[in-house]
Design a protein around this ligand. Structure first.
Ligand code: SF4
Length: 558
């Protein structure tokens, strides 16, 4: 029997209350308020997290350029800034040594920038938007993008109250159909509706290079006084990543006694046992980090994928009835590893184009093209363009990457190769046999003794992310073909999902009925919504879809 669904009509549907979506709503409300000829449109902001900011996670050192353009008196309005950056340093790490780089490259200069907790910052942005009379519906997630005749006409929200098999429970509430003149996807990295948009509207990614991602894993620690100065920033490269792989770490001092520590790992790793969580824990054993954290208390944990490919991997930003902003559209500078200011700018640019479209009451792609034009003529494009070849230059490993990036600095981002061909990350993973042949080694991941006081196993870390999902619902990790997992993936790759997931959602458990004696077991309730599995699975049989609204991590101070 077909399910009857409520139809909600709105002018503008914004999917995701992160910095980009909130900036868009704020700027649009401001523009409309100044022009009597345009009526305030109806704006519906959907946020899959339980509260605004609950799914927002970043390093995060923020360039204030974006927020200053949106809300010039942001400081007077009490924006939560943890500390102004007071010092920058860069270290190269080997397993037992550290070398302080005598100069910090201009891209990593952070003077004038602020260490923030993105989830607190996003919560504050949400308050500024609500003060403009715009409602934000936290706990409401989109499940399907509606595309009719090649045009985006809205979305469907998630069904609530289904059991694991998809049967309706007594509390079943069907998702609604949101019909919107424009749908704006700002749902973060590797968004599930954004993925649907790329699949149903191929021109969005035509002539673009595939996006490349990192997975960042992070903890917040309370530490004894006297070890860091508030505003101190440390970046590292090298160990524990081998020179053939991409990644690096950080320590940001939010105060004299509170630090953010994290590690990012490229998902184009050739290693089928790539384990971003394990790498991060291993990173904490280096004296550069251990001298800061030891004896402290770990308070919070989180993980997220980061769109790191740069300018050439950005999609076309608009289509009929559709705009893409923020991480969903790859607004992140890989050279600076910063995206908050770019996400905000994307929201501002989208709002300005949307304002013109509202005046004409025309939301066709011809009308929304102003967003792309605005971007191409903005400081955001200039910044993205400068770093356009950065990530690709590390294809050959750390040393060639450093040489290429130095040449890029001298050639306005061009370097020796303009627009190097790249591949989707999962295509870079080698199977076990190829890995042995290339490196003469078994694929390995860090083997550590987790005491859950200093080094935390995945489950103990997940506990500190506040993650919650109702167990009785369909899995939001959809495996299209379990046979692939139990046969070819087990034989060829050793089931990488059990390693790359930073939340122990995937486990191979004994099962003699399976060809390799192991069966894939999922615990979706652990998922911190990082999206790594959707990106890194070598056979692309895993798909991340939205669970019931209001579930997932509950980040605080992240
Ligand atoms: Fe990340 Fe996927 Fe694991 Fe969830 S299941 S935490 S999205 S890798």
């Amino acid at each position: 029997m077909e399910i009857e669904r409520e139809i909600l009509e709105t002018d503008i549907a914004i999917v995701g209350a992160g910095p980009a979506g909130l900036a868009l709503a704020y700027r649009l409300a401001e523009l409309v308020a100044k022009d009597d000829s345009v009526e305030m449109p109806e704006i519906l902001i959907l946020e899959k997290g339980g509260y605004v900011g609950s799914h927002s996670l970043s390093g995060a050192v923020m360039d204030p350029k974006g927020i200053a353009e949106l809300i010039p008196d942001f400081k007077e309005r009490g924006v939560p800034l943890e500390a102004e950056v007071t010092s920058d340093s860069l270290y190269y790490l080997s397993e037992n040594r550290s070398i302080k780089v005598p100069f910090t490259p201009p891209s990593l200069h952070n003077h004038g920038n602020y260490i923030v907790s993105l989830n607190k910052f996003t919560g504050w942005m949400g308050e500024q938007v609500e003060a403009k009379g715009i409602d934000i519906y936290a706990g409401l997630a989109g499940s399907h993008l509606i595309v009719e005749g090649g045009k985006v006409t809205g979305l469907q929200t998630v069904d609530m109250g289904l059991d694991k098999e998809g049967n309706q429970k007594t509390n079943f509430e069907p998702g609604s159909i949101v019909q919107a003149k424009v749908t704006i996807l700002c749902e973060g990295v590797r968004g599930s509706l954004t993925r649907q948009a790329f699949e149903s509207i191929p021109e969005l990614m035509a002539d673009r290079l595939p996006q490349n991602y990192l997975t960042g894993v992070k903890e917040i620690w309370e530490i004894p006084e006297g070890r860091v100065k508030a505003g101190q920033v440390i970046h590292t490269f090298g160990w524990p990543q081998p020179h053939s792989e991409y990644g690096g770490g950080w320590m940001y001092a939010m105060s004299e006694t509170m630090v953010s520590v994290g590690y990012t790992v490229g998902l184009n790793s050739p290693n089928p046992a790539n384990d971003p969580h394990g790498k991060f824990q291993q990173y904490k054993t280096h004296t550069v980090i251990k001298d800061i954290l030891q004896g402290g208390t770990m308070l919070h944990y989180g993980a997220k994928a980061i769109p790191d490919g740069g300018y050439y991997c950005m999609p076309k930003l608009y289509h009929d009835g559709l705009m893409l902003c923020g991480d969903s559209a790859g607004f992140l500078n890989p050279l600076r590893l910063k995206g908050i200011h770019l996400g905000i700018k994307s929201g501002i640019l989208a709002a300005e184009a949307l304002f013109e479209a509202l005046k004409k009451d025309d939301f066709s792609k011809e009308s929304l093209a102003g967003y792309q034009e605005g971007f191409e003529n903005s400081w955001a494009k200039e910044e993205m363009y400068q770093s356009r070849n950065f990530h690709a230059s590390f294809k050959g490993g750390l040393i060639p990457g450093l040489i290429h990036s130095a040449i890029q600095t001298l050639t306005n981002g061009k370097g020796l190769f303009e627009r190097r061909v790249n591949y989707a990350d999962h295509e870079s993973m080698l199977n076990i046999r190829e890995y042995r042949q290339r490196f003469g080694l078994e694929p390995e991941r860090p083997t550590l003794k987790y005491d859950n006081e200093y080094l935390f196993d995945k489950l103990s870390d997940v506990y500190k992310s506040g993650t919650q999902h109702e167990e009785e619902q369909p899995s939001h990790l959809v495996i299209s073909d379990y046979d692939v997992c139990h046969t070819i993936c087990a034989e060829e790759f050793g089931n990488p999902c059990q390693y790359f997931c930073p939340a122990q959602v995937y486990e191979m458990v004994d099962d003699e009925t399976k060809p390799q004696g192991k069966r894939l077991q999922l615990t979706p309730s652990n998922c911190v919504h990082c999206k790594t599995c959707d990106i890194a699975d070598p056979y692309q049989v895993i798909r991340w879809v939205t669970p019931q609204g209001g579930e997932g991590p509950n980040y605080t101070n992240m």
